[in-house]
Design a protein around this ligand. Structure first.
Ligand code: FMN
Length: 404
């Protein structure tokens, strides 16, 4: 059966962002964010405080957003007099970045003496605040108290990062990276239906050394496993990603453990399995490893000798055998023929709850591409999903897991 339904957003496409910029030295970074939003087809309208305009000109934000930039509350144009009320009505989220200590203090008190603070009070949409300031300012009890108050008021505060600050000091106070904020915004539009769930996901290939220079491995890019980790975190889960060597950015908010060999991967997964509600084995674990790993590089003039191999642990089967407390076990099967039958065989043999089968021979569903088309095989039957991006596929896998 082919299924065509899709619900969870995988991007900010079409979202309307009201961006409040305040007077921090980090304001210039947010100009780049506006560009990132618009290239993702999100609509941005910027409101600047008076101090913000001392750092970056309104023209910069106007040119990058393609929209008029707001600043003053008391303007001549009658149609803009109610902007403090109407701006948030025409947006899906209000993002304040960078948020100064001063603006945070004013929001904590519920003040409304400029356009941005009044718009925040009038907003019935999610408000996301990104503090950015010197460490002493950030850790000052007054600022910490005010941030606590913003959390109590239901605003989403993204903590600043640690690192080198514009003032030359090191510590907490750096504006979070764009990727972190982007993830947080997408998460706001996702159902939080995995909240409270502890999920362990494996991804990527493993490498089994033959000598200090060579190894046995496979073509897995890790994209599917990383998409699963990213989407689960967006939907509220606590995610641990056990990753083989891949060339991908770690999804924000995901605890990641890097491993190289199948045995290392097994050790990490078993360590985390105890507290997991769901384990998804999306990694392409090498079935075999060379029996002997040569201490020195094998020389060409030594001639070709057969590589003797031995079996690696079957992590999914090991977990299936240990399954006792209702942890849901999901495996992946990369197949080149008899897809559904192979999936069902693995489901039964490995005592899994769900097997996700994909065809490694098709160019759009094989290794290292951004799309996939999978068959979900469980005790109740099987379902083929349409060809979609790996993120959309990941969301559909979570939807299915929630029904089991
Ligand atoms: C060069 C310079 C950099 C500043 N950077 C910050 C900053 O990163 N964070 C902050 O909270 N305040 C910073 N300030 C202080 C704010 O600009 C000041 O508190 C201002 O009143 C904030 O107004 P606003 O919150 O209405 O934009 C800086 C001031 C100067 C002169």
């Amino acid at each position: 059966m082919i299924d065509n339904h899709f619900v969870v957003p995988a991007s900010l496409t079409g979202k309307r962002i009201l961006l409040g910029v305040t007077g921090s030295i980090a304001a210039y970074k947010v100009a780049g964010w506006v560009r990132e939003f618009t290239t993702r087809s999100a609509e941005v309208t910027v409101v600047m405080t008076k101090a913000a305009k001392r750092f970056v000109s309104a023209m910069t934000f106007g040119a990058l957003s393609g929209n008029r930039v707001y600043g003053d509350m008391f303007v001549r144009e009658p149609e803009e007099l109610m902007a403090h009320i109407t701006l948030s009505r025409e947006a899906d989220v209000l993002l304040i970045a960078p948020a100064t200590a001063h603006t945070i203090a004013r929001l904590a008190c519920g003040m409304a003496d400029d356009l941005l603070s009044a718009a925040v009070l009038a907003a019935k949409i999610p408000v996301v605040v990104c503090p950015a300031m010197n460490t002493a300012m950030y850790t000052h009890p007054a600022t910490q108290h005010n941030i606590g108050r913003l959390c109590d008021l239901g605003y989403h505060v993204i903590p600043p990062e640690c690192g080198e600050l514009a003032c030359g000091e090191e510590g907490a106070g750096r504006l979070p990276e764009w990727e972190t904020v982007h993830e947080k915004l997408i998460a706001l539009f996702c159902p939080q239906d995995l909240k409270g769930k502890n999920i362990v996901i494996t991804a990527g290939p493993t490498r089994e050394a033959l000598d200090p220079a060579r190894y046995l491995s496979n073509r897995s890019s890790g994209k599917m496993g990383y998409a699963l980790a990213r989407t689960a975190a967006r939907r509220g889960a606590e995610v641990t990603l056990v990753s083989g060597p891949v060339n991908l950015a770690i999804p924000p908010g995901v605890e990641t453990m890097q491993v190289t060999t199948a045995r290392q991967m097994q050790a990490r997964v078993l360590e985390k399995a105890e507290s997991a509600d769901i384990i998804v084995k999306a990694a392409a674990v090498s079935d075999f490893r060379p029996k002997n790993c040569h201490r020195q590089k094998i020389k060409k003039n030594q001639g070709i000798s057969p590589i003797e191999v031995e079996e690696n642990p079957d992590i999914l089967a090991t977990l299936g055998k240990r399954k006792d407390k209702g942890t849901m076990l999901v495996g992946f099967a990369a197949e080149s023929s008899n897809h559904e039958a192979e999936g069902r065989r693995k489901l039964e043999q490995k005592k899994a709850d769900l097997i996700v089968v994909n065809d490694i021979l098709r160019p759009e569903t094989g290794f290292d591409v951004d799309t996939n088309q999978v068959i979900l095989v469980d005790a109740g039957g099987s379902k083929q999903l349409p060809l979609m991006s790996k993120e959309e596929t990941a969301n559909r896998i979570w939807d299915h897991i929630l029904t089991l």
